[in-house]
Design a protein around this ligand. Sequence first.
Ligand code: GMT
Length: 375
Amino acid sequence: MHIAMVCYPSHGGSGVVASELALGLAERGHVAHIVSYSVPFRLREFNPRVRIHEVEVATYPLFKYPPYTLGLATKLAEVGAEQSLDVIHAHYAVPHAVSAYLAREILGEGAPKIVTTLHGTDITLALVGADESFHRVTKFAIEVSDAVTAVSQFLKKRTVEEFSLEREVDVIYNFVDTSRGSGPSKSGDPGREHWAPRGEKILMHASNFRPVKRVSDVVRVFDLLQREIPAKLLLVGEGPERLFVRQLVKELRLSEHVHFLGEQDYLQSLLSCVDLLLLPSEQESFGLVALEAMSCGVPVVGTAVGGLPEVVTDGESGFLVPVGEVRAMADASIALLSSDEKHARFAAAARARAKSEFDSKKIIPQYEALYERLL
Ligand code: GMT
């Protein structure tokens, strides 16, 4: 099959899922065509079965805002005609599925089928709530797709309710290649020596530092924890809250224990020396970073929101507490890190869950089957 993958190329779960899906499909003999405004970071290495089609957006004095949706539709129609695409897989309803719909209309008979995967932020956060017209266009994009998937049961339910949908929405969970993750044993890792030379515990948080991630909660949890357990905190990612978080780290006099690592393309090598992942988000339709951590045998302390409880089993592969309960998050983290036996049990359960429920070998065939069903 020839499948166009439409995604955001930046560091973020949806781009990672689209890129890894493209690579997985290529491995299974298909050809994936990435259609985006730049090359997604995990696809920079040449792969003959993953072809990149960059969207150019016309700039013209009349255009106050460059029309990306139209540029994308034009590119999809062009790739569709030249490569006989079977499927356009849009990650996000707005604007990607809208462009896919336009391309399908332009191509007419024999046009590719449209699969739209909902990742959450378009449904659960600002877009839909902020503007009635976005609500309409999102509902439209969902309804005209040939198939729609959501990355968790939570997101499916939320979408069906929000848009009073009568159409079918499939749940296909996000996935991880568990063969890349190391097991739960953390001792002897060279990263440990570097970040924690005195044998301190290592905590990590990775996100796009948007307010929804509540990164300041990470710092406050760490502050409480390091009063009882010697520890270091690795903060991975870039985003609007970064300066504010830096300031908080300074105010709490934690600078020598907190490392800001910026954006990282792959987390596995970092996670191999990490003891605990903190994810205190206000909303998370899935929480891909939690799964990446679990795949490396890293338990997660996070919030019981959205689809996160479908990924992290509370009390087995981590702990989930209500949003904003910093003290509870710190207590759960302290409990996990102060007993080697407990930590090893959680680490093994986390890795086992990632392998049994979310391995790419289990999930990618579900997308393949969906494409085949449509064709
Ligand atoms: O969380 C973000 O801000 C990024 C966003 C994205 O577009 O990558 O993440 C969403 O999609 C991910 C992949 O399906 C999910 O793992 C995240 O939970 C979801 N983010 C939210 O729901 C806030």
